[in-house]
Design a protein around this ligand. Sequence first.
Ligand SMILES: Cc1ncc(COP(=O)(O)O)c(C=O)c1O
Length: 361
Amino acid sequence: MKVGMFGMNNIMPTPYFIMYENKLIQNLKKLNELEEKSNIHILHTLKSFNQSSVLPIISAKLSGMSITSPKELEMAKNSHAQHIHLYAPAFTKSSLDNMLRHISTLSLNSLNQWKRFQTLPSSKGLRINPKLHLVIPKHCNPNLKASRLGVDYIEFLEQYHSNPKQFTTLEGLHFHALFQDKGEGLKLLFEHLNAHYQDVLPQLKWLNLGGGHDFTSLDYDVNLLINELNSFQTKYPKLKIYFEPGESVTKGCGDFVSSVLDIVTIDKLNIAILDTSIETHLLDVAIVQQKLKVKNTQEKPTPHLYELTGNSCLQGDIIGTYCFTEALNIGQRIVFEDMMPYTMVKMTEFNGMEKAGFYLH
Ligand SMILES: Cc1ncc(COP(=O)(O)O)c(C=O)c1O
């Protein structure tokens, strides 16, 4: 739903997510400039954000979408995505058969999957795990030694060099190894590519350098990206280069708004119970265990310390403890900032709670 400008944050029933279109357009402009300046193709990763009313806006500005399933394929098609890249840790033959004619490129995740599907009609690639040494939270670090995500690069290179014929239909390589990277991780990834794939890259048509790039942050090192790309593209001018960021497409573009239902004080701790729950609207909080940004709070202690909690029956439904600049009241709205990527897409109806609304402003 698209809403007007006047005081909407006080009239819309909570809980809801609100996205600011002007901020999204700013991000898309930045990404679009990067595409043009450096001759790369940026695909929006649908699993990070998939509101149907907004996808056509994203689709109109970027080169396409990166998807993992038939449902995401429908969303990408409905929003008129140009290039559709498909990847999942494993496919069945029937799911691939149904999706192949609608997609542009496909990454398979293992040598088993490669053996089964290498002859299917599609521009096929393999996801390779470069096992980079990067400091990334464990739950979202694909570089872990025992990661199932992608073929270990040593195994791939051994196979490739021992029998290159098994890869005659290989058209691309896919590396998703970074997380909220400002440029240093990408430099490592290019070092890895330059060191190991001189024999493979000239045979390929495309290279997908995954997500995890913090492209839309002010402190992203754009010059480093452009320099690295320039020198790589000089060596491999025929290779089409794709990136598939998720988080950075909608980062900073919207909030989650909830209301205080009650305030109870236990052992001098003020506990505000909100009309939300981690399990229903904020699953990312539980999984990533990040501290959310809440409006009108500060790091420095204030007299108004509150534990923000959810309205489910789980004792662990605790969002976090925050120092507010003023005392909270029942009915007051609490605004969680920068909540667009990876939050809405994980909503559930646990405890019979309704999913939160979504407004585009
Ligand atoms: C294969 C793949 N590509 C791209 C992305 C998007 O990553 P990000 O949202 O960190 O940019 C993900 C996220 O999990 C992913 O698994």
